[in-house]
Design a protein around this ligand. Structure first.
Ligand code: LLP
Length: 426
């Protein structure tokens, strides 16, 4: 986590942020490995404490994925959730055992599914009937039994940006319970060869700021499980309730503690299982952002400060949309500070502009200390969905990821060069 030093300078994981920027250059992603591990442990111990059945925390690697992150998962004993062949390759490279990997996606390719089945991964979370048939065929060709669970759409609408509301009826994700699609998918899975139906999955969307939607999801999913038992005589062993646990981006935000999310889920699952006379399912949760968001920050160098009197002040930095598209996509808000003068009062209000050839911003009406060209500027809590969503827009090379362990920096992902962004051209 970031802190202020006695000299009023910003530190992350015990290291001076501006000094790291001087060594590694900007823009620069910094990630505090110790904070990531603490968050992993908080989820794992909360689940072990609150849930008497088998429980697993699967990190949603889409939030931040690189080989070092996978090594951390392996060492912390978390499962890894992946959503593409590239993420699957990365977590395998980092040493996560195939029987700890869960594969998601609403339109996985034949090649990705083949790769997953060849590696005998723990679970493929299937989005619909076409995929079930494809997996059954590929598993047959490979003389394997693919272990699947079915993603259901429980029809819950959370209070979040529409791009990340993923469990309402009107969504590309999952088979809806209310239309009968879910029961049809279960019947199909049970009828096809080379498949083992392990359970059911849902993901509400992200971020979910309240705990109540998880309670509702547990109720709806286990009610469905009971229906499957009553109509088909089959008990589904696994219940995966997805991720979405909110992380803190602004100092004035209060987010629910990890333990609160987990205990609400654990209690709701136990209560619903009891009500329906079902055995306790193997319970999986899939936090992504809550494990990495507050462990990271991005450092830039200020290039220009353009004051338009009576209108606005634009502070332009050497990154932007290519390394953090979240303000442009979702209007996501962040806190900024000058790492060398972090204890000074924030007296200015600015728009933080990126370097790309369009009106792209990292935020508007942001409070900051008096700022001038050449200053280093830090955007806090960028550990989730920044590096993982980075693009090469304007052929801007991606920044490196420097991690901190016990206060010592090391490069987890090296800085890209101009050559890197053009070397696949033929
Ligand atoms: N499980 C599944 C099946 C998911 O689709 C996701 C996220 C997660 C778990 C983890 O959600 P988390 O705990 O990280 O909120 N790009 C967006 C977020 C998209 C999330 C997509 N799925 C953003 O920058 O906010």
């Amino acid at each position: 986590m970031e802190r202020l030093s006695n000299e009023g300078r910003l530190t992350l994981g015990g290291a001076d942020v501006a000094a790291l920027a001087a060594v590694y250059g900007t823009p620069l992603y910094l990630m505090d490995e110790d904070a990531i591990r603490q968050n992993c442990r908080a989820f794992a111990s909360a689940l072990a404490d609150a849930y008497p059945g088998d429980g697993h925390v699967a990190y949603a690697s889409k939030a931040f994925c690189c080989t070092q992150m996978a090594r951390i998962l392996k060492e912390e004993g978390l499962l890894g959730d992946v959503a593409s062949g590239g993420e699957l390759l990365t977590v395998l490279k980092g040493g996560v055992s195939p029987d700890g990997i869960i594969f998601h996606g609403n339109n996985k390719t034949e090649g990705e599914l083949r790769y997953a089945i060849e590696n005998r991964i723990r679970r493929i979370v299937v989005n619909g009937p076409e995929e079930l048939s494809m997996i059954s065929r590929i598993a047959g060709e490979l003389s394997a039994t693919a272990s699947v669970s079915i993603r259901l759409s429980p029809g819950i609408t959370i209070d979040a940006h529409s791009a990340v509301q993923t469990s309402k009826l009107d969504s590309k994700f999952g088979v809806p319970i209310e239309t009968g699609g879910a029961m049809d998918a279960v019947k199909l899975a049970l009828s096809l060869p080379n498949l083992f139906l392990a359970g059911i999955h849902c993901h509400l969307g992200s971020p979910v700021t309240e705990t109540e939607p998880y309670r509702m999801a547990a109720d709806i999913m286990l009610e469905f499980s009971a229906k499957v038992r009553d109509e088909l005589g089959v008990t589904l062993g696994e219940l995966n309730l997805g991720g979405g646990f909110a992380a803190q981006y602004l100092p004035e935000q209060t987010v629910k503690p990890i333990e609160e999310y987990v205990s609400v889920i654990a209690e709701a699952v136990q209560a619903a299982a009891k009500r329906h006379k079902l055995p306790l399912p193997e319970l999986v949760i899939e936090p992504g952002r809550r494990i990495v968001a507050d462990a990271g920050l991005t450092v830039y160098t200020v290039g220009s400060v353009k004051v338009i009197p009576g209108v606005r002040t634009y502070v332009s930095v050497d990154g932007g949309l290519p390394d953090n598209p979240r303000y442009m996509l979702y209007g996501s808000k962040y806190t900024i500070t000058l790492p060398e003068r972090a204890s000074e009062l924030k007296t200015e209000t600015i728009a933080l502009a990126g370097r790309c050839c369009e009106n792209e911003l990292l935020g508007i009406d942001m409070r900051i200390q008096p700022v001038k060209p050449g200053d280093k500027l830090a955007v806090l809590h960028t550990g989730a969905y920044n590096y993982s969503m980075a693009s090469h827009y304007n052929r801007v090379p991606k920044p490196p990821v420097v991690m901190l362990r016990g206060g010592k920096p090391f490069v987890a992902v090296r800085r890209e060069t101009w050559e890197d962004v053009s070397d696949r051209d033929v």
